[in-house]
Design a protein around this ligand. Structure first.
Ligand code: NAD
Length: 480
């Protein structure tokens, strides 16, 4: 029973149940057992949080940048101290292997620490005016109250990437994490509270997304919405933002191509690609998704990819050595099963997995799955699988593979394997994506801008660019 938590709302500096008193169960995807509950916010709770954030903005936006920076630094160090506890909740609520959950907490610490620095580097511009007695300045001001909606695949770091830059910029925030992972996010919020964030600056809402987001979208107080999730939900929020002309950042779905050029060692490329593919069970927006392997390497790449996938241990994320946990919920499990059936029908050859493991009768587990010879018009080559299925295909010429890689409306990440710097540069330049990783699959770090193009969204998180999304520019023309 020690794993049970009950997550309240955090509004205006106080933890409180939802006004209607309703709660929702949290389920461990590895055991299908309840591991707690979270409050089900209603419109009234949402309005309270928005109003608290508005009141707090009046003072927080005037707190000197160095003080905001100190507070963020303290929150980062508290999170680092509590890493085991937070990672444990991520594993319990989302099934992520414990080592990966700790990695997520570490990435969150780095992100908050990064924005503690960036808070002190909000540079403006001064230009000569058009007369001898004038000056032009461009200065940055916080956009105001921000609302943040995030997905469950990286529950803590996705919220950290929004809360940290918002606070660094001088904004206040109303956060609504995914249902799965709410308990872990509550621990993140606690780090900001214990670091001394004033009442109303950070507010936590949990519950049914539509109830919360419809109230948020109607509010003229909320000046910016930042969303991490699927393209259809992002499009819905964009349409709803028109009435109150809110600023938006959209971190949406991806369908990342992997290009394995002729000049590489296929065994090495396959090992790195498989590790990247099955990290977090493929439930990653930047997950390597469509594999275009030079035809010369088809057999060697496939053989080594299968060997690397087979070597990964599946199980409860708390067990030693487990690299693959369960999928997040039953809905995702059924989606992946359907995607496997569709890929078979569409002409792919199943060479590994394709089913739930026979020896595990509890939890939402699904075997790492590999298809070869998957045609470009197969559903999986076009719709985001967001799961542990790798469709392999081959190519023979540079222009051909670039055309196929760029053919989808997605434009988040891409992966390139080559030993040639020239070819790496040419491929990166030709790809219509926001992120390219060459000979590795690490697509996100605190210091580099993260985000997509085309239907994968707009705006950037992390890096020095991440702060700009929370700042308005003011031009002042001084005559004296
Ligand atoms: P989803 O869009 O259904 O849900 C994402 C989050 O949004 C969840 O917390 C959900 O509760 C919430 N949500 C749903 N409807 C909402 C609404 N009307 N208003 C506000 N919030 C709402 O997506 P999902 O299938 O749960 O998550 C996976 C998707 O998220 C994939 O498409 C993946 O690529 C994307 N994603 C993108 C990034 C990125 O940084 N680009 C990162 C992680 C996940």
């Amino acid at each position: 029973m020690q794993d049970q938590v009950s997550v309240d709302l955090y509004i205006d500096g106080r933890w409180m149940p939802a006004e209607a008193g309703e709660t929702v169960k949290m389920i461990d995807p590895a055991t299908e057992e309840q591991v707690g509950s979270f409050a089900q916010a209603q419109s009234k709770d949402v309005l309270k949080a928005i109003e608290a954030a508005e009141r707090a903005f009046a003072t927080w936006s005037k707190v000197p940048a160095w003080e905001r920076s100190n507070l963020l630094r303290k929150a980062a160090s508290l999170l680092a101290e509590r890493s085991e506890q937070v990672a444990r909740r991520i594993t319990l609520e989302c099934g992520k292997p414990f080592a990966q959950a700790k990695g997520e907490v570490q990435a969150s610490v780095e992100c908050i620490d990064w924005f503690a620095d960036e808070a002190r580097r909000i540079y403006g511009q001064i230009l000569p005016g058009r007369t001898a007695n004038s000056r032009f300045t461009a200065t940055y001001e916080p956009v105001g109250v921000v609302a943040a909606f995030t997905a469950w695949n990286f529950p803590v770091v996705l919220q950290a990437r929004k809360i940290a830059p918002a606070l660094a910029a001088g904004c206040t925030i109303v956060s609504r994490p995914a249902e799965e992972g709410s308990g872990a996010v509550a621990l993140l919020i606690k780090c900001f509270i214990d670091a001394g964030v004033p009442a109303g600056v950070v507010n936590l809402l949990t519950g049914t997304p539509q109830v919360i987001s419809e109230t948020v979208m109607d509010s003229d107080i909320v000046r910016k919405v930042t969303f991490t999730g699927s393209i259809p939900v992002g499009q819905h929020l964009m349409r709803r933002a028109a009435d109150t002309v809110k600023r938006m950042s959209m971190e949406l779905g991806g369908h990342s191509p992997v290009i394995v050029h002729e000049d590489v060692d296929p065994a090495k490329a396959a090992m790195i690609a498989a590790q990247g593919k099955f990290r977090n069970n493929g439930q990653v927006c930047v997950s390597p998704t469509r594999f275009y392997v030079h035809e010369k390497h088809k057999d060697a790449f496939t053989e080594n990819f299968l060997a690397a996938a087979k070597a990964m241990k599946m199980g409860n994320g708390f067990e030693d050595g487990v690299e693959i946990g369960p999928l997040i919920n039953r809905r995702r499990l059924e989606f992946i099963e359907q995607m496997v059936e569709d890929t078979k029908k569409d002409g792919g050859t199943l060479v590994m997995g394709g089913k739930r493991p026979a020896d595990m009768n509890r939890g939402y587990f699904f075997e790492p799955t590999v298809f070869t010879d998957v045609p470009d018009d197969a559903r999986i080559m076009n719709d985001e699988p967001f799961g542990p299925i790798a469709p392999l295909s081959t190519f023979s010429a540079f222009d051909e593979v670039i055309e196929r890689a760029n053919a989808l409306p997605y434009g988040l990440a891409a992966y390139v394997f080559t030993d040639s710097l020239k070819l790496a540069q040419q491929t990166s330049q030709a790809l219509k994506v926001g992120i390219v990783a060459v000979n590795n699959t690490a697509a996100a770090t605190a210091e580099m801008p993260f985000g997509g193009v085309k239907h994968s969204g707009f705006g950037r998180e992390n890096g020095s660019q991440g702060l700009l999304d929370y700042l308005d520019v003011k031009f002042t023309n001084f005559s004296f």
